[in-house]
Design a protein around this ligand. Structure first.
Ligand code: ATR
Length: 319
């Protein structure tokens, strides 16, 4: 019996060593019996290195790749065709090559967030008042799929209000979307609050009014995840949220969508989310002595890590 030859995929970024994507895609491949390899590749951040690396990979017969910090915008500029959601996001996290040698780019981050909320947590976004915290690439990347769920309204709050205003203008044709300062949120309440700021990376919280969550009804979602409650999740639970979830499911769901785009097969995400949760729990109980040698000198406490951004901190303990 012939063994099928492997199709090759990469995840590229800088840094990349801590990426969970190789683990996630290996699990998907096992589960769906797809003959693929999926490797991390560190790319230097000097001019042109990203383009050269991608072109070389394609020339060697590579089938596709995931792109993470800081190359998502470069990937957007590089690909020949972009999906509409990637076009709007201004960033590409998934690239594929077709048989004619053309590259296409998509952004699966937003659909990952929406699926985690709707499918995994059973929370519909339809007709909900949604507040998004932050106006950087993380929030821009998820806006179109969120607006497609037809929320009642979507407010973007940011420390630098002008950035929120610019972002809201970019999506204004897709629904009721507006910008706000944190101060101007006083007196308002939202059904769902999504944290897309990088505040937790500095152990901080966006300055939200104490009564912004409708008691026993409001949901909160953090694009960060951690073995322990993120500062935002902790705050949400102390301020009346009926449910507060972190972004681990989003990480797995965006990977599942990329896998589907490449392979035409949809993997089950739940068992992979459970495996990752277990590994996070294990990392909490691991003593410094039991950590692999490459982690020596790293604080033995998992940092909150933000989806798509966790490589940036370079301090999270990965597996
Ligand atoms: P990314 O592209 O990954 O989203 P970014 O562009 O650096 O990263 O954006 C980070 C976001 O987190 C911004 O919205 C930032 O607010 P400013 O635009 O005002 O800088 C927000 N942010 C970072 N630290 C914060 C803090 N301590 N409190 C509130 N917002 C914070």
């Amino acid at each position: 019996m012939n063994t099928p030859s492997l199709d090759h995929y990469l995840v590229v970024g800088n840094p990349i060593a801590h990426s969970k994507s190789p683990f996630i895609h290996a699990e998907f491949a096992k589960q769906t019996q797809q003959a693929i390899s999926y490797e991390p590749l560190l790319i230097e951040t000097n001019n042109g290195a990203f383009t050269q690396a991608i072109q070389a990979f394609q020339a060697q017969g590579g089938k596709g790749l995931n792109v993470t910090v800081p190359f998502k915008q470069e990937a957007w500029a590089l690909v020949k065709q972009r999906s509409t959601r990637a076009e709007r996001a201004g960033a590409v996290n998934t690239i594929g090559f077709d048989n004619q040698g053309n590259s296409w780019g998509d952004n699966t981050d937003g659909i990952g967030l929406v699926r985690d909320l709707t499918k995994n947590h059973g929370k519909s976004l339809n007709n909900q008042r949604i507040l998004l915290l932050g106006a950087g690439g993380a929030v821009r990347g998820v806006l179109e799929p969120i607006l497609q769920e037809k929320p009642a309204c979507c407010v973007i709050a940011n420390r630098t209000v002008e950035k929120a205003q610019t972002l809201a203008r970019l999506f204004t044709d897709l629904g009721d979307i507006s910008a706000s300062s944190y101060t101007d949120l006083a007196g308002q309440q939202f059904d769902i609050i999504i944290n897309g700021t990088s505040a937790s990376l500095q152990g901080e919280l966006p300055p939200l009014p104490d009564d912004i969550i409708p008691l026993k009804r409001g949901w909160c979602y953090d694009m960060m995840y951690s073995a322990q409650r993120t500062p935002f999740i902790q705050w949400a639970l102390e301020h009346g949220a009926i449910c507060a979830r972190d972004g681990l499911g989003m990480l797995v769901e965006q990977a599942a969508e990329a896998f589907y785009l490449w392979r035409g097969v949809r993997p089950e995400t739940e068992p992979v989310i459970e495996l990752l949760k277990q590994r996070l729990r294990d990392s909490l109980s691991a003593s410094p002595q039991t950590l692999p040698p490459e982690y020596s000198g790293i604080e033995n406490r998992p940092e909150p890590t933000r989806f798509g951004d966790w490589e940036k901190s370079g301090r999270c303990i990965d597996f």
